[in-house]
Design a protein around this ligand. Sequence first.
Ligand code: NAP
Length: 302
Amino acid sequence: MFDCAIIGAGPAGVTAAIYLRRNYFKVAIIEKNCVGGQIINSPMIANYPGILPTDGASIAYTMSQQLENYSPHFISSEVIDIKKDDHFTVICKDEEVEAQTVLVCSGMHHKILGIKDEQKYLNKGISWCATCDGTLYKGKDVAVVGGGMSALETCIYLSRIVNKIYLIHRRDSFRCDEFLVNKFMSLNKVLKKTEICFNEEIVGMNGKDHLEQLVLKSGRTLNVDGLFECIGFEPNTNFLANLSLINQSGFIIVDKEGNSKVDGLYAAGDVISKDVRQITTAVGDATIAATSIIKRLRNVVF
Ligand code: NAP
């Protein structure tokens, strides 16, 4: 029996594992992909104190080394259900994990546009990760859809690789900090790679076996080899369907200690219902939740 089963090894899960292991609790950390979560897709992280601007994959690598130093029991699997009686049973695809407490740090996954023919081009021209797939489009024309931090960071990253970028945004202002907007605008003044298409939406996609063309709401067509979809995320909470602790959008509702309606099942990071989703806030949520779990496991009365 573990003291705590942590689901997800992104910044929140790794933070919690460090706190719990530094107090010698028995911890299982379950991750279906790799350590780092969404940050491995980020071409540049420049807003975490103590770390000079670097790519997300490098931070994820350091996190995995740090995690190894604290040797939690690492399980490479996907969680499909959680049951509670006098303790929790976390049901994974390949095994079951018994634990006194659970901390869900399962983060989010990319949203897709949901338009006709999109499924046909997923991974055949449609991508979500410039760091992973950018070089496939060296010297080619691509589009980026979205108007948040991911979209602008993707344009900045791609502008040194591709020939031309069409940035397609459904409104006429960006949803991100001014510093990034200024950085993007100044770089674009010099490189002149990005054409900003404000108040536009993608309504159609064409191509034989691979994406070749986008059709916009205005009727304009764009010939592109790739489309980077940067339109936000949805929470990874399908495995919680049997426990009524998520809001209408699928995010987990927690109290100020990180505890959910199912007592002993805590959550932290992007997967919880909150306004600000950053690495800094994920790490903060996880610190609070792990500290509460430690007090609980030591039977400290609040
Ligand atoms: P986001 O902030 O949710 O922005 C999504 C963008 O896509 C918005 O501009 C939105 O338009 C647009 N959009 C959403 N659904 C759409 C649809 N169906 N069709 C067309 N456009 C659509 O997503 P994000 O940029 O991926 O960022 C997610 C979170 O991660 C944010 O909290 C962000 O601050 C954080 N983040 C942080 C960093 C960093 O700190 N380095 C980097 C990347 C992301 P509207 O504006 O009209 O809603």
